[in-house]
Structures are given as C-alpha cells and as structure tokens.
Ligand binder design. Structure first.
Ligand code: TEU
Ligand code: CA
Length: 560
C-alpha cells in the first residue's frame, strides 16, 4: 500500500549546489559533485534531498532567477547528469525535492523577453505592467533587495513589478495561462521522477488585492494598498495547483512563506484543505532583530522569546496541519554561531541545538554543513561577498551614512554568504571542495572543521545527527507524540515532553554557557528512565529529581 504520509517520518537535507561539491575544478559545485557524495548522505540517514535551483539562470540571485524552467544550468551540468543523479539517489532510497521558483522568473526568460516587446504582445500579461511617468513608480512598495519594486522599461514606457531584484520580474498569477504553464512545468519534472517541491516565497504570488487594475492607472483613478503576503487568493491558487498537479502524484510539498502566522499556516497545511504538506516559516528567525526593523538591525536572542515562539507553532499545528523544523537554510546565518557557541562549546552546543530541534514534532531540515557544525564567515571587506542582498544593503547603508564597522557587524551576523561558503569536506586546499578557485572563499577553519574529521570521530556532531535521525525512525513518539513545554519559566533551559500513549520523552536543553538546575516535573515518573541521546556522558544513577546541567548540556530521557 502506498504510504501517503511518508513525509511526516522523513528528514530532509538541503543542498545548495553551488557550494556543495565541485567535480571539474571550475570552482563551482555541480551535479556530478553531488552524485559523488551520496554515500555521505546515506550514512547520515536522511530520506529526502531538497536541491536549491539547478535550472538555467543568469545567476543574479544564484539560480533564484530562472531563465528556463525545463533545462539545467550549464555550470551545474546537463540534463543527463541530472537524470544520473536522481537515478542514483532513488537507488539509495533518497528522494529528491526540486526548488520551484514561480513568484518570479528571470528577466532573461523567454516569456519576459516577449512580454517586454510591446503592450499588445500575447505574453504582456504574463507579468505585471503598469503605466506611470519615469520618476513616479506606480506604488511606493519597497523591494526585498532594496529600492522600489518597480522598474521603468524605456521600450514601452511602462513599469514592471519585481518584489526581489529588478532581474526577477514577478509573474502574474491572475493570468490563467501563466498558471497553466507552471502546472505543466511541474508535471514535466514529476514525470521525470522528482518527489516533490519546495516552493519559493509561495505566499507572495497573489497581488490582486493590493494593486489597482491596469485600467484604473490609465484612467487616473488607481488606489493601491500596501502590499502584504498571504492574500486569501493564495488558497485558491494552491488548491487549484493541488487539483491540477499534486494530487496526481505522491509528493512532499513545502511552501516557503515569509511573514505567515500560525493560523494561516494551519490553513495552508491542513490535510482536508488539499494545499501543501507544510510551510517554512520565519518567526523564530526574526527573534534576534529589532522589532519593526530589518534583519540587519541586531538584537541578542532572549531564550524566553524562542521558547514561546517555537511552542506556539508546536501547539497550533499539533492536531491540524504540520510543521517543518529548521535552524538553517541558504539564506540564514549558521546556527552554531547564531544561537550556540562557535568557540569552546562549538561541538557541545551544536549537538544541543540539533537535539532541541529534532525531538520536536514536524519534519526536520538539515542544511549542508550543519551536521558538522560549520560556522559563520568574516570576510575582511565587502568585496569578498557575493550575495546580492548583502551588497545592496552595504551600498544603501553607506549612502545613508552608517559607519563601516556597524555595517560589517550586521554582515558578519546575518549575511546569506554565512551559509554559502563551500562545504568543508577535508583539510586539504579549499577544504576538498574544488581543485580550482572556489566561487566564494572557503572558511579558513576548514582545517579543523570538516566532514572527514567528523567521520573519524565517534563523538562528532555528524554522528549525533545520525542518531537523532535514527531515533525518529525507531520511535513513533518522535514523529507523533504530543508536545508540551515544561520548565516554562526557566531563563536558561528549554525543556519539553513528547507523549504517545504510555511513552514519555523528556527533552532537556541548557541553552546557555553556564550551569543550570533542572527540576524534574512531578507528574512524570523517572523510575525506569532510559537515556536515548546526550551531549555529555549522562549518569542515570544520579538523583534525577534535581539535575545539575553543564554548559549547553542536553539529553533525552525515555520514561513510561
Ligand atoms: O527567499 C525569500 C526571502 O524573502 C528572502 O529574501 C529572505 O527573507 C532573505 O533572504 C533573508 O535574508 C527566497 C529564497 O530562499 C532566496 O534565496 C531568494 O533570494 C528569494 O526567495 C528570491 O527568490
Ligand atoms: Ca564545477
């Protein structure tokens, strides 16, 4: 019988292909490189790989600007390489999720090249065009990578909408033909064997509510509203996509949703609504920024905020809907540098963070290098950075008179390139990532932090993650158990229970670099407690009613 809920029991590993493994010495990771590392992924035990975009792209945003949705980027290889990759993966029992980037395309996509040509081009309406004079954009909306969301195109004297870079024009989802093109393209990949999609900023696709119709601009009566993601029409589009494509295949789907709250996420992921399996949401990723400001405006994390936030999502999606669990992706800084300790307690704190996340209810995602505790990067000058968001912010803030050290401090904490330095495979030149010159410099700590070293050390973060993945497979309570926050008021400890029938897991994490005392909850018996995983040797014979925790100590006890 086909198991349609396999994605609830799965662990996903994200690969950012440009930085994973280079097979031909041009300094850029590629498909054959990934193929050569499948044994490594199998050893870790992950079920699914999510591959960031590998389609044809001029790379203004490293593949998130697609110029042909049905072909492979030359730098990454050929369609034959891709076919060999998916075939090898399937033989090893690993599923493949592709990135679906359909809020926008590249301005070099054939559709946009046509759309630009004239106001009556058949593809004009594939994108969002509005009249306006050269100095006054149609709305005052700001783009995610700085500046206005509107770019004036001399050719026809109109503006097109781009929520991200100006080389990423937004597709017009109100156009039925556009939606059909997208669904056909999805079927093309599903028929080639892909097992699902991660959908880039999928909750931004609907703009109708906020943007006056074209005619009103022409008549001079246009009234726009401030743009917000999550328009109600999102659900219509997702249900249509499900009906037209997804329901015909056995897939895993995860929608990247910026600024979504738990109530709306529940609507997107409730099984009876037939939209998506889960969303990738960002609330916990904004707890270390100043409220109302941008991610570059730093603020230390307060553990109480994190406990409250992650618990809210656990409770809200406990019965209806499903969570994804993550600390990292290609847009976020490295978690051990961010919420852990990347000096003396690097290994211990990375294990603690892994346990804290993987014992929760939901589908965990591991981002390449997280399993060996890779850290943030500090390049000396902005010239060593590649990321468009980082560079645009730098220029904008220099223009606004910020001082250089403050800007660099923001970059060190939050630049997306923290996640994008090449994967550290071994202690040889360029971390064994390439024999050439890497497209982005390798983190100099590769001599001590690398996969080869991790595989040799039975106490490594790698084997800790391997064990966390195995526990999920062995114990239904990890997949299905009810979540409850305990030690709620403790300022240093993040602890919770997972309960399924008569099994209770007690998950205890000291989040800080000092000792703390965990008082055992009186409603749970620890008489036959068994330790499933820990980051220091755990003594079961000690008095469990009050446990003294070392810095970043973490353990999971199974009780009944
Ligand atoms: O990211 C969505 C997004 O909103 C990002 O701008 C995110 O908020 C930011 O990177 C955090 O600093 C997705 C992709 O994951 C990202 O890589 C792309 O650049 C973006 O969409 C446009 O496709
Ligand atoms: Ca290469």
């Amino acid at each position: 019988m086909t198991d349609h809920n396999w994605w609830k029991k799965s662990v996903v590993y994200q690969i950012y292909p440009r930085s994973f493994m280079d097979s031909n010495g041009d300094g850029i990771g590629d498909l054959q490189g990934i193929r050569s590392k499948l044994d490594y992924l199998q050893k870790l035990g992950v079920d699914v790989v999510w591959l960031s975009p590998v389609y044809k792209s001029p790379n203004c945003d490293n593949g998130y600007d697609i110029s042909d949705y049905r072909d492979i980027m030359d730098e990454f290889g050929t369609m034959a390489d891709w076919e060999a990759l998916i075939s090898d993966m399937h033989h090893k029992g690993i599923k493949l999720v592709m990135d679906l980037v359909v809020n926008h395309s590249s301005d070099e996509h054939a559709w946009f090249i046509e759309s630009r040509k004239s106001k009556d081009n058949p593809k004009r309406d594939y994108y969002i065009w509005r009249p306006g004079d050269k100095d006054t954009p149609p709305t005052d909306w700001g783009a995610m990578f700085g500046g206005s969301t509107w770019k004036y195109d001399e050719l026809t004297g109109e503006y097109y909408l781009h929520m991200f870079a100006d080389k990423q024009p937004d597709l017009n989802w109100e156009n039925e033909q556009v939606r059909k093109e997208v669904y056909d393209m999805m079927a093309f990949w599903l028929d080639k064997g892909v097992d699902g999609f991660r959908m880039d900023v999928i909750n931004m696709i609907s703009k109708k509510e906020f943007l006056a119709p074209y005619e009103d601009f022409v008549n001079g009566t246009a009234v726009n509203k401030p743009y917000k993601p999550n328009s109600p029409r999102l659900h219509d589009f997702l249900q249509e996509m499900n009906r037209e494509v997804l329901s015909k295949y056995n897939t895993i789907t995860v929608g990247e949703c910026v600024d979504i709250n738990a109530e709306r996420a529940q609507l997107v992921t409730a099984e009876d609504r037939h939209e998506l399996n889960m969303v990738f949401q960002f609330e916990h990723m904004s707890l270390d920024q100043q409220p109302g400001k941008s991610k570059w405006d730093l603020k230390p994390l307060d553990l109480m905020d994190l406990k409250e936030n992650l618990s809210k999502w656990q409770y809200q999606l406990s019965e209806r809907g499903w969570n994804s669990l993550y600390w990292n992706n290609h847009d976020q800084p490295r978690i051990v540098s961010r919420f852990g300790h990347d000096g003396k307690y690097r290994v211990i704190s990375a294990k603690m963070l892994g346990t804290l996340l993987h014992m929760m209810k939901g589908t965990p995602y591991i981002y390449q290098g997280e399993e060996i505790g890779m850290t943030n990067i500090k390049f000396k000058t902005v010239n060593d950075y590649n990321d468009i968001e980082t560079i645009n912010m730098y220029n904008e803030r220099v223009g606004q008179g910020y001082n250089e050290p403050d800007i660099m401090a923001s970059i060190y904490a939050k630049s997306r390139d923290n996640a994008r330095t090449p994967m550290q495979w071994n202690g040889t030149d360029h971390a064994g990532f390439t024999t050439g010159t890497p497209w982005l410099k390798v983190n100099p700590n590769y001599e001590t932090i690398n996969a080869e070293q991790a595989l040799k050390d039975p106490d490594s973060i790698f084997y800790h993650y391997q064990k966390l993945i195995r526990l999920r497979k062995e114990l239904p309570v990890v997949v299905y158990g009810q979540y409850d926050l305990i030690a709620k008021e403790h300022p240093d400890i993040f602890a919770y229970t997972r309960t399924l029938e008569d099994t209770v897991l007690v998950v205890v994490n000291n989040f800080h670099d000092k000792e703390a005392v965990f008082e055992w909850p009186s409603h749970i018996s620890h008489d036959d407690a068994d330790c499933l995983i820990s980051n220091y040797p755990f003594d079961l014979k000690q008095d469990l009613s009050s446990i003294k925790l070392k810095p970043y100590e973490s353990f999971v006890l199974k009780c009944r």
